[in-house]
Design a binder for this molecule. Structure first.
Ligand code: SF4
Ligand code: F3S
Length: 106
């Protein structure tokens, strides 16, 4: 399965949702997650993310392993999203910033 990782927080570009053939992205206030049981591992979303926040669970960068559980958990309660939206106005400033997990709104 594919996993949305920390750099999506406060960037939330949403390009990823448009390409997913099974519509398995779910939206929170400032982050998106993938529902792991619905994801068919097609890998189409990975290159679409301008923030490079999407990885296969087998290739997660060091320190991002906790996002496997975060995606599984939050996709159970957040609403589905299938259409691209405008990103937050300050998305570019947050792209690549460390320590964004503390800013995750649930
Ligand atoms: Fe959707 Fe494919 Fe990305 Fe899984 S890997 S979330 S099925 S686009
Ligand atoms: Fe997030 Fe990248 Fe999608 S920033 S919303 S995973 S395009």
């Amino acid at each position: 399965t594919f996993v949305v990782t920390e750099n999506c927080i406060k960037c939330k570009y949403t390009d990823c949702v448009e390409v997913c053939p099974v519509d398995c992205f779910y939206e929170g206030p400032n982050f998106l997650v993938i529902q792991p049981d619905e994801c068919i591992d097609c890998a189409l979303c990975e290159p679409e993310c301008p923030a490079e926040a999407i990885y296969s669970e087998d290739e997660l960068p060091e320190g991002q392993e906790q996002f496997i559980e975060i995606n599984a958990e939050l996709s159970e309660t957040w609403p589905n999203i299938t259409e691209k939206q405008d990103p937050p106005e300050d998305a570019e400033q947050w792209d690549g910033q460390p320590g964004k997990l503390e800013h995750l709104e649930r």
